[in-house]
Design a binder for this molecule. Structure first.
Ligand code: NAP
Length: 264
């Protein structure tokens, strides 16, 4: 039985980012798009990174975000594309992809690609934005991890590995950043209603040999106590809270927004 969807509360966090710059990866779609919009609504100048120009243009039209087209799997070129944009006060490492396959069939190059986009790219960006944050004495790094940064699921070896690695990076940044007023945290959602999940529904149906209609209820919602998908705006609101001064003591941790999944 799924839980009925309430209208998610929008923008309840009092966040003032006027005068600050926020860089959001994967900002063209899903969670990243909501986060970019939320931080722009808080007054931030948003640098929106994605690999396709078109979704960034519509985001720029909607929010005033500065679009930067960069493929984060090409680490050096992505850094080049971001040259001139490193004076960042809030970094949201969000871009991510999924590949669903049993381990003994998992393509090795796909495994490596996922580590590049979801672990190495966040490391590269953190490394480049910390000097500005350190000199400002303030910074917020929010890593969009997953419930799969805390728990494993079958057939998602690359994704689970990458998200667990991101958790380690995030904790290390928290320790090094603390004396400089920089916090680093992970946000850990269960299934959010985004294009990435819509793709997974198709892939899981094929892998498990069941109709797509059964994937959400019988696979995606089995572990969560609250039986509904999360809306991207709910994740964006949690990110907004972590960017407040009120959240300045929250660092090096992982904040689950998972409907009780990790209570098991
Ligand atoms: P999404 O709708 O697919 O959005 C991700 C965005 O990142 C897309 O615009 C994607 O571009 C972009 N991207 C992917 N690879 C990139 C690359 N190499 N360089 C630059 N941009 C790239 O996904 P989402 O569901 O919002 O997921 C966002 C983050 O939340 C991911 O890290 C994901 O692991 C995490 N998360 C999602 C869920 C969920 O249920 N949706 C749950 C837990 C955690 P393309 O469209 O071209 O691929």
């Amino acid at each position: 039985m799924t839980t009925p969807h309430p209208v998610p509360p929008h923008q309840v966090v009092a966040l003032d980012l006027r005068g600050r710059t926020a860089l959001v990866t994967g900002a063209g779609s899903g969670i990243g798009r909501s986060v970019a919009g939320r931080l722009a609504a808080a007054g931030a100048r948003v640098v929106a990174v994605d690999r396709d120009a078109e979704p960034l243009e519509s985001l720029a039209d909607d929010t005033g975000a500065v679009p930067v087209v960069a493929d984060l799997s090409d680490l050096d070129r992505a850094e080049e594309a971001l040259e001139g944009h490193w004076d960042v006060d809030v970094l949201v490492n969000n871009a991510g992809i999924q590949h669903v396959a049993p381990l003994d069939e998992f393509p090795a190059e796909r495994f490596a690609y996922i580590q590049t986009v979801m672990v190495e790219a966040p490391f590269r960006l953190v490394r480049r934005v910390l000097p500005h944050m350190y000199s400002a004495g303030w910074g917020r790094i929010v890593n969009i991890s997953s419930v799969h940064g805390l728990r494993a699921s079958p057939f998602k070896a690359a994704y689970v590995t990458a998200k667990h690695a991101l958790e380690g990076l995030s904790k290390t940044v928290a320790l090094e950043g603390a004396p400089h007023g920089v916090t680093a945290n992970c946000v850990n959602p269960a299934y959010v209603r985004t294009p990435l999940v819509e793709g997974q529904i198709r892939a899981q149906a094929a892998t498990h040999g069941i109709p797509e209609s059964e994937v959400v209820e019988k696979i995606m919602l089995t572990s969560a106590a609250i039986k509904r998908l999360i809306e991207p705006e709910e994740v964006a609101e949690l990110v907004a809270y972590l960017c407040t001064d009120a959240a300045g003591f929250i660092t090096g941790t992982s904040v689950a927004i998972d409907g009780g999944w990790t209570a098991h």
